[in-house]
Design a protein around this ligand. Structure first.
Ligand code: GTP
Ligand code: MG
Length: 196
């Protein structure tokens, strides 16, 4: 898919205020600092469409972007941001749950995972919650440029095996990406196009 145009529409803290259109949408979610906003910029070939930051907690709202005048891409705040108490670290914010439970336009969510990290309890809990809510999602491994090419595949396999041992019968569809080296752009866009 070619991205001909991409523009910011609106930011909201509540799902009820999100754009009232029937356009299909795709959401990007994951821990704070995993690279959601950077990935959105990479996918759309825009440098500053979504705001990025070296400090976690940059994206605080539900942000809608209109792509090719025909679908929405949604940048969500990270979960597991360390400013909350230790107990709450394993929780994800209520409005993230509300978004996924209520947003009928959602076609697929992409759960972003930092490829360098061992499986984190909060990510496993989040994917399990998505499964119980029957919300379709795929995994996007981010920051693949931080690993050597030959360690990418075994790292991904190890991660997916953890999911299979944990709660999953089948590993979710997954993509390997880097916002700096741009790997994965074609594969993710082709998948979105297929679902549209
Ligand atoms: P929040 O909005 O705080 O939840 O974070 P986010 O998930 O949107 O992350 P963001 O895109 O702001 O990126 C966080 C940091 O990771 C920034 O310093 C980025 O430059 C860096 N980063 C993101 N993607 C990549 C990548 O593919 N490779 C490398 N090397 N760095 C990346
Ligand atoms: Mg962000």
């Amino acid at each position: 898919m070619r991205i001909k145009n991409a523009r910011f529409v609106v930011s909201n803290s509540r799902v009820a205020q999100c754009p009232n259109t029937a356009l299909p949408e795709f959401a990007f979610i994951g821990r704070s600092n995993v690279g959601k906003s950077s990935l959105i910029n990479m996918l759309t070939n825009r440098k500053r469409l979504a705001k990025t930051s070296g400090k976690p907690g940059k994206t605080q709202l539900i942000n809608h972007f209109l792509i090719n005048e025909s679908w929405h891409l949604v940048d969500l705040p990270g979960y597991g941001y360390a400013r909350v108490s230790k107990k709450d670290k394993k929780e994800f914010q209520q409005y993230i749950r509300d978004y996924f439970n209520e947003r009928k336009q959602l076609v697929n969510a992409f759960v972003l995972i930092d490829i360098r990290l061992d499986p984190q309890p909060i990510d496993l809990a989040f994917m399990e919650w998505m499964g119980t809510q029957q919300i379709p999602f795929s995994i996007i491994f981010t920051k693949a440029d931080k690993l050597s090419a030959r360690t990418i595949e075994p790292t991904v396999t190890k991660y997916l095996n953890t999911l299979l041992e944990d709660a999953w019968e089948e590993a979710p569809l997954h993509f390997v990406t880097s916002s700096t080296s741009r790997i994965g752009q074609d594969a993710v866009l082709a998948y979105i196009e297929k679902l549209l």
